[in-house]
Ligand binder design. Structure first.
Ligand code: WTA
Length: 647
């Protein structure tokens, strides 16, 4: 089955799916209400977001809704005081939610743990107390380098509770990448696990932290807290390393939430940008909480009986907004799974859905494509009748995968909500609601309060049917509050790097995606327009990959392009110029692939390596990746001309 639909084939996708009448009757937001929200938001956007903010608890309300006097730097709800964790936990234990399940965790071997809101509240308080005892202060950063375990969620919330920004690092990243990230954010403390289960094996994690910190190479770190998960032999460094159980045992289950300014940092997250090293994006307590709460409750129509399962790793923005903060703000039950989706066989996801009665299943196209390969007999082995909504995020899903997901997992009855958003947006931006008309492969329309456009290289709106650059034309509450560029800390380049996204078309945020609008105003996302690859839903900058290649002694120059991949959506292909005297060989290709894994971690899969004597360049010396790409795919290199600078 071919999923690599081009923009043209997508635009020919004429099927329209309507929600079942019962669903429309029961929806929290019905079609008339959605229209009313849209009208209100168009007419009075600040009033719209103010009402959304009023649904949450604040220690002190805002002086005004938005201060954009220093645009594009925006401050939402200036003057307000809040703590997102108060809204995720404390607020619920005053209500009937107190004894409701907040978190369900399934380990790969099949073990399971559950926390009610009250239990999670107590655990978070204990760990918040432990962080304070270990000397972590408001404003100091904590790195969380963990597999999906309840303690990872607890650690995130405990950090936020004491006002210490957390920064998650995906447990697949290498020691080198971890060390860089620790240094970038000047972390005081690292939370990790001894190891975890993945595909039937135990992966040791603590040794990676030891390697990252070896010889004081990241000497900002005072302490390491280790969760005992895999029960493997673990070296503990006296005075630096503590077992999680030991540090929480002494703490009381109450530790007050820090009163935060609405614009104080909640978390930092590394993400790949179009240029240079990864950038560090920050989000805040106030605006982020408002945007995530409003959009998640609208899109996923949260009901008291829901069990919400978003399969994303906690280390990505999806893990923040759609696994932890969004579901807990909404008072629903969130589920996390430790292991591999195919362990012990290809029905594991569906087994989990039926075991816990999952009602909302939110995942990435790459996972669906992988499971599709095994055929529909695997979902058929399980009772999936509890599912009522499906969701997807991270990359274009394409009509074929959409239809398979809709039919074989959703029985043709569950709306499939294709949500477009980014690390930088924090919240869902373009997405249907369960009551919306759906076209397979389209992300449909912007949510109320979100305004987007598709523009040509001059910034003028393009007519329906024509591709262009996706821009966001109005500030939104969960927008990133900052970008800081670790490679140029002193020079204030963070401000520049933030402003980069608004520079090309003043006042408009350039998302970096190519999109198209059809005659009905439905949006279709084609993919990235810039030098960012999207491999299995993970963002990787060509610059990061090329730099990592250049760090190998055999490599003189490297250029990376994305090539289509049936499962991962996109894969990286490298064109390499070797240093004088180095002979190309298959062994060298293997060695380079291993080198990349060591540099950046297993996310950096290099599908193909081709040795060249030269690379196509502009007169100013920039590598013309689009020419390489055209040679590779047989498309005309002129296709993406609107994306190139004049030279
Ligand atoms: C892509 C993930 C098509 C897009 C939440 C965007 C999508 C990048 C979709 C952000 C979607 C995200 N359809 N493409 N529904 N959602 N993308 O920061 O290219 O990891 O710019 O955030 O993923 O990736 P990020």
């Amino acid at each position: 089955m071919d999923n690599s639909g081009t923009l043209d084939s997508l635009a020919q996708e004429l099927r329209v799916f309507r929600p079942l009448p019962q669903l429309v009757i029961e929806a929290n937001v019905n079609p008339q209400e959605l229209e009313a929200f849209r009208r209100q938001a168009a007419h009075d956007p600040l009033g719209y977001w103010e009402e959304a903010a009023d649904e949450l608890d604040w220690y002190k309300k805002w002086d005004r809704v938005l201060d954009d006097s220093d645009a594009p730097f925006c401050r939402w709800f200036p003057g307000a005081r809040c703590n997102i964790v108060y809204n995720c936990l404390d607020r619920h234990i005053e209500t009937a939610n107190k004894n409701k399940l907040a978190l369900i965790w399934e380990g790969e071997p099949g073990d399971s743990r559950k926390y009610t809101y009250y239990e999670l509240y107590r655990e978070v308080n204990r760990f918040a107390g432990a962080l304070r005892t270990l000397g972590v202060k408001k404003g100091e950063c904590v790195i969380i380098y963990m597999p999906p375990l309840p303690e990872a969620v607890i650690a995130m919330l405990a950090c936020a509770r004491i006002g210490a920004p957390h920064s998650l690092v995906f447990a697949g990243f290498s020691a080198r990448a971890l060390r860089q990230r620790i240094k970038d954010v000047e972390a005081k403390l690292v939370v990790t696990a001894d190891g975890f289960y993945r595909n039937g094996q135990i992966i040791k994690l603590k040794p990676v932290v030891d390697e990252a910190l070896v010889g004081g190479s990241a000497d900002c770190v005072d302490s390491v807290v280790v969760v005992h998960r895999a029960k493997v032999d673990t070296d503990m460094q006296e005075g630096r390393d503590y077992w999680y159980d030991d540090v929480v045992r002494r703490e009381r289950p109450e530790s007050p939430a820090e009163v935060m300014d609405a614009n104080d940092t909640l978390f930092l997250l590394h993400t790949s940008g179009a240029t240079g090293a990864p950038k560090v994006v920050s989000h805040c307590h106030g605006g982020y909480m408002v945007g995530v709460h409003r959009t998640l409750t609208h899109v996923f129509d949260i009901k008291p009986t829901d069990i919400f399962w978003c399969t994303a790793d906690l280390g990505w923005i999806t893990g923040h907004s759609a696994v932890v903060y969004g579901p807990l703000l909404a008072g629903t039950t969130t589920l996390i799974y430790e292991g591999h989706p195919n362990y012990p066989q290809a029905d594991r996801m569906w087994h989990i859905v039926s075991k816990y009665g999952v009602t909302i299943f939110y995942t990435a196209p790459t996972l669906i494509r992988m499971l599709m390969r095994f055929g529909p007999q695997y979902p058929r082995m399980h009772d999936l009748s509890t599912l009522r909504l499906l969701g997807t995020v991270g990359e274009p899903i394409g009509p074929e995968t959409w239809l398979w997901f809709y039919r074989h997992i959703g029985r043709g009855e569950c709306p499939l909500l294709d949500t477009w958003w980014q690390t930088e947006t924090g919240m869902f931006m373009i997405s249907p609601l369960p009551i919306s008309l759906l076209k397979p492969g389209s992300v449909t329309k912007p949510l109320p309060g979100v305004e987007v456009d598709v523009v040509d290289r001059e910034g003028a709106s393009v007519p329906p049917g024509k591709g262009g650059l996706l821009v966001i034309t109005r500030p939104w509450p969960a927008m990133m509050t900052g970008v800081f560029d670790p490679s140029a800390k002193a020079g204030g380049a963070g401000r520049e790097r933030f402003a980069e996204s608004f520079a090309r078309f003043p006042g408009k945020y350039l998302a970096g995606d190519v999109a198209k609008r059809d005659e009905d105003g439905f949006l279709w996302i084609e993919g990235r327009a810039d030098d960012v690859l999207n491999i299995a839903g993970h963002r990787l900058g060509t610059a990061e990959l090329e730099n990592a290649f250049r760090a190998h002694p055999a490599v003189a120059e490297a250029a990376i392009i994305g090539v289509p991949d049936k499962i991962k959506g996109e894969a990286a292909k490298a064109f390499i110029i070797l240093n004088q005297g180095v002979a190309p060989s298959d062994e060298l290709i293997l060695e380079l692939q291993n080198h990349m894994r060591k540099e950046l971690g297993p996310v950096a899969v290099i599908k193909g390596v081709e040795f060249r004597d030269s690379l196509p360049r502009t007169r100013s010396g920039k590598i013309l990746r689009r020419v390489l790409k055209a040679q590779e795919t047989g498309e005309s290199p002129g296709d993406l001309s609107m994306l190139e600078d004049a030279d």
